[in-house]
Design a protein around this ligand. Structure first.
Ligand code: HEC
Length: 211
């Protein structure tokens, strides 16, 4: 948890005005808890935007999910916000399955770029993957109510680092003309996909019309 929190803080360092939020656990709790009172500075478009996104996501959730989300620890909320902060494409309609299909296309495009020695396609696809769309309502509605706990969600940050952190590294390597390093990062990215699916997903498309 301490490690996770440190990581979240590290992500947040990129935001101007984040000191204010970071210095107050209550501020984060309020941010997620939909309280109208907030000490987020209105002069900070980054945080204001993130706050609106989160409020919007929580508003869309059914009461039983809202309750669970509000009950999460500050550490968990911080790490969720850190993940969201790495994205700037939010969909009003698209589901997690649709996002995942798009992510798979970007992943395949990375492979095509590597296999054809095309650093531009490789780097662009990797950046697109790292900044994948966030589905309507955020990630939590798609993870299952039973997974909305501090313990279960603690693994999310690690999966995010393996997929998105390595995708950004892969993009940088491709841009530097180092396609061997780019290729070596394909494995760690796919391990992140597989690990997350192992925790939060079952076999896709299982029919309940089979015995
Ligand atoms: C944060 C955890 C997480 C990570 C990381 C992740 N996925 Fe997923 N993925 C899911 C979940 C959850 C579902 C099931 C969503 C649903 O059915 O609503 C899913 C579903 C999928 C599906 C099936 C879509 C369908 O039609 O049912 C594909 C394909 C997929 N992911 C590809 C990927 C690829 C490729 C990566 C890595 C580049 C990846 N995922 C990384 C959580 C993750």
């Amino acid at each position: 948890m301490i490690h996770q929190r440190r990581k979240a803080k590290k992500f947040f360092e990129g935001f101007s005005g984040i000191q204010k939020i970071r210095s107050s656990s209550i501020a984060v709790a309020m941010l997620i808890g939909l309280s109208s009172a907030t000490n987020v500075s209105a002069a900070d478009p980054g945080m204001e935007e993130l706050k609106k996104v989160l409020e919007g996501q929580i508003e869309l959730m059914k009461p039983e999910l809202q309750e669970k989300v509000k009950g999460l620890s500050v550490d968990t909320k911080m790490s969720l916000m850190a993940i969201l902060a790495m994205h700037n494409r939010y969909s009003q309609t698209v589901t997690m399955r649709q996002v995942m299909t798009e992510v798979l296309s970007d992943f395949q495009s990375i492979l095509a770029g590597i296999m054809t020695d095309n650093p531009e396609q490789t780097a662009d696809s990797a950046r697109r993957l790292a900044n994948h769309r966030i589905p309507v309502g955020g990630l939590l509605p798609y993870l299952g109510l039973e997974n909305i706990s501090d313990e279960r969600l603690a693994v999310l940050d690690g999966f995010n680092t393996s997929v998105e952190g390595n995708a950004l590294k892969l993009a940088a390597a491709a841009e530097a003309g180092d396609m061997a390093t780019a290729a070596s990062l394909v494995g760690p990215i796919s391990s992140g996909c597989v690990a997350c699916h192992g925790v939060f997903r079952t076999q896709p498309g299982v029919s309940d019309l089979l015995r």
